[in-house]
Design a protein around this ligand. Structure first.
Ligand code: SF4
Length: 331
């Protein structure tokens, strides 16, 4: 069977399954492009379970693009605290200013041109908010399609997403929003990465070539992964008269513009009396931080740092989750 024919047969089965099996999620059931956009940006690199609360809180605080545009960047970053990949929050804020002035873009090209919006996100927003046949192809969608079609295309190659986008465009049903979400849902609930896909409950079990050939493990075909870089850091939680030292990360690199507990430039005991220590690891996409943290009663209020109480840190300073392990020391 040709790929297109197989996909055409798979579409109604998927929609039928989705209507019965979909999860109730806070961003479902709306056609408001602002809300869909916020949810899609949050979901780009963060798990559904984590996003739920953030999404509700974020919309409560910034219910419209106008409200978001009017906020200070620090406030937006604070609302994003713990979600990671903070460039998403900055782009959201920049884009909100454009939307507040010009309205939410009504075309795929317009949505795609917003800061922080790539092909996938633009496709998802246009499918879900506007019911347009705009495929949203990410790693999940590539996994389920390469399995369904037993397609050996290396999914890390440039052009692979476009190939599958073209295939999807040709079979997009009228219920564009449901179809887009159904593809994501199948990847999230049934055709899982690694491990065992749940073929027995999959709506495509009678069609899926990878399953019929007993070869689902082969898909998706990928290029070798580059190893992550590993870095060692000594983290100082310096306390002086109820306040803690913070440092703003400069430059354009990882976590830039956010606050952190300083990294030690010399032996921790030279800053004051060590009270506690512990190890922690934080894994970013391309780097791992292996950290040894020290809680130190500082011998002076070192002037190179910004000092803040635990309450102020909770309210005002966006402290990435990389430092979460050491936050429990704040009183
Ligand atoms: S039958 Fe199995 S391998 Fe094929 S799409 Fe469904 S869950 Fe994935």
């Amino acid at each position: 069977m040709e790929q297109l024919e197989l996909l055409q047969r798979a579409v109604p089965l998927l929609l039928e399954w989705y209507r019965v099996s979909r999860r109730t999620l806070p961003w479902r059931g709306t056609h408001d492009p602002y809300k869909i956009w916020v949810s899609e940006i949050m979901l780009q690199q963060t798990r559904v379970e984590t996003v739920k609360d953030y999404y509700l809180r974020f919309l409560q605080r910034f219910p419209t693009a106008q409200a978001l545009a009017a906020a200070e960047e620090g406030e937006v970053l604070k609302a994003w605290e713990g979600l990671g990949y903070y460039s998403r929050a900055r782009n959201l804020h920049r884009a909100a200013k454009i939307i507040a002035a010009e309205g939410f873009p009504a075309t795929y090209e317009g949505v795609r041109a917003l800061p922080g919006v790539g092909d996938y996100t633009a496709g998802a927003i246009c499918s879900i908010a506007y019911e347009r046949p705009c495929p949203a192809v990410d790693g999940n969608v590539l996994r389920i399609l390469t399995r369904l079609l037993a397609d050996d295309t290396n999914i890390d190659l440039l052009g692979t997403k476009e190939k599958f986008s073209s295939l999807l465009r040709a079979v997009y049903p009228q219920e564009a929003g449901e179809f887009c979400q159904a593809l994501m849902e199948l990847g999230a609930l049934v055709c899982l990465p690694g491990g065992e896909p749940q073929c027995l409950v999959c709506p495509w079990r009678e069609l899926c070539l990878a399953r019929l050939r007993g070869e689902w493990e082969r898909y998706p075909v990928r290029a070798e992964k580059r190893a992550r870089k590993s870095e060692e850091h000594v983290v100082l939680v310096l306390r002086f008269e109820g306040e803690y030292a913070l440092l703003k990360r400069e430059g354009k690199g990882l976590l830039s513009g956010l606050w952190q507990f300083p990294f030690a430039e010399r032996a921790p005991e030279t800053y004051g009396k060590i009270l506690k220590s512990k190890r922690a690891v934080h894994i970013f996409t391309h780097v791992e931080w292996h950290m040894t943290g020290f809680l130190v009663e500082a011998k002076e209020k070192f002037s190179q740092y910004t000092w803040a109480s635990a309450a102020e840190i909770g309210e005002k300073y966006a402290l990435p989750s990389a430092f979460k392990a050491f936050r429990s020391w704040l009183e």
